[in-house]
Design a protein around this ligand. Structure first.
Ligand code: ATP
Ligand code: MG
Length: 400
């Protein structure tokens, strides 16, 4: 693809995470290309391509199972070239960033120094406009430019800072770290759909537990899951449950076993659902309708912060309902008990599969269900999960 772009007379570089990860000796997760061709020119060159986004227009080029993200060099937001202009809100949030520029300007528009290294396939050189190579050596995550301004332009950069620090085991540069405590609430300006995409990257990359602890430390977790944050303040078991669920997910990813966000979402929101259910029961509502009403209330508040696509929302609610049924597991309806292999050496696990075999919930037989905290038991779930827009299974992706 790089050769086709350069054959057509354009500059084309590999940039971002793939170069950073390669320099760290890690296998890149995906490939990002930067070019001076406009999105339309890129689309005209590749039949298997799609123009994506309004705020930040890019092109996705599909090669078999891989999707390569191609971005046109961005310039300074103040510049105006034709209708390609940048828009900023009064608070400094970049509403649109489609000003084209040159490679050097592009480098300075990127988030972290270690993400601004460009690999030129023509001469195999790496160009480093922001001193990223040094930060890779010292394992430092440093925003390019003035951190407070860069977070105001795009508050998601705070989540990215935490994600990369956790994933790469990097230290946040003090100036990059300092504004996060105060600026965390800026995340409330970000559309719920974009935040959900970030939630997947934060918690489904194999470093969920460290990421959760860092997010909580900077006050960022509460901007994504406020009800969960409130429940953790009330009950210690709520945090234990989340930590245990993340530990399980991280472990499964490390073992290249299938994981699903539905399970984590169910764990994050279980304490608020349970608390609300208890309140409704105290008002005289029977247990099952109280659970359903509580789930409805908690989910609708959550959707103001992050979206939850149906493909995860439905199994998430099924996991909650299953918790209600777990104590009655002697009954046959509607779940059927099937035995499975031992999940951990010293614990016996059993598995319920519902009629449509949508998912399997695994828990310690005889131990407390999900609802009673998983500090001693373990709950895992479910069907393999496909990453949105990509056809590869998550487990093989993290293995890549
Ligand atoms: P990953 O391994 O998660 O793919 P990545 O660094 O490649 O990490 P991407 O989201 O694929 O992250 O983005 C590719 C590149 O685009 C980044 O390396 C960075 O240079 C730039 N970038 C992405 N998001 C932002 C942002 N919000 N602000 C500034 N630059 C960004
Ligand atoms: Mg990338």
């Amino acid at each position: 693809m790089l050769y086709r772009l350069s054959g057509a007379g354009y500059d084309a570089y590999l940039v971002g995470g793939c170069i950073r990860d390669a320099l760290l000796g890690k296998m890149p997760k995906d490939f990002d290309v930067a070019t001076n061709a406009t999105p339309e020119q890129v689309r005209d060159l590749f039949r298997n391509s799609r123009l994506i986004g309004r705020r930040f227009r890019i092109v996705h080029v599909r090669f078999g199972r891989e999707v390569i993200e191609v971005t046109t060099f961005r310039g300074k937001p103040q510049d105006e070239h034709g209708d390609h202009i940048a828009h900023q809100s009064d608070e400094g949030l970049l509403l649109r960033d489609n000003v084209w520029g040159n490679i050097e300007e592009d480098a300075l528009r990127r988030d972290f120094t270690v993400n601004a290294l460009y690999h030129n396939i023509a001469d195999f050189s790496i160009t480093d406009f922001a001193n990223g190579a040094k930060d890779i050596e010292t394992r430092t995550l440093r925003l390019i430019g003035d951190p407070a301004t860069r977070y105001r332009e795009d508050p998601v950069r705070m989540l990215r800072a935490v994600r990369f620090a956790a994933k790469l085991d990097f230290t946040l540069d003090p100036a990059t770290e300092a504004p996060m405590y105060d600026q965390a609430p800026l995340l409330l300006q970000i559309p719920p759909a974009r935040l959900f995409d970030e939630v997947l990257k934060l918690f489904m990359s194999g470093h969920g537990l460290v990421t959760f602890r860092m997010l909580s430390h900077y006050g960022l977790f509460g901007m994504l899951f406020p009800e969960a944050e409130e429940a953790m303040a009330d009950a210690a078991w709520a945090e234990e449950l989340i930590e245990q669920a993340l530990t399980n997910t991280d472990k499964r990813i490390a073992e290249e076993r299938p994981v699903t966000p539905a399970f984590l979402l169910a764990a994050f929101l279980w304490a608020p659902v349970k608390q609300r259910q208890e309140e409704l029961e105290q008002e005289g509502m029977p247990a099952i309708p109280a659970l359903q009403a509580a789930a409805q209330q908690v989910v609708s508040r959550q959707l103001e912060f992050t979206s939850i696509p149906k493909r995860f929302g439905i199994p998430m609610r099924e996991i909650w309902e299953l918790q209600q049924r777990l104590p009655q597991r002697r009954g046959k309806k509607p779940f059927k008990l099937v035995s499975i292999h031992a999940f951990e050496r010293d614990m016996t696990y059993s598995c319920y599969v519902n009629k449509r075999a949508r998912y399997r919930a695994v828990w310690a037989t005889g131990g407390p269900p999900f609802s009673a905290v998983m500090s001693t038991s373990s709950v895992a779930c479910c069907k393999s999960w496909r990453r949105p827009g990509k056809s590869r299974r998550w487990s093989s992706q993290t293995a890549a």
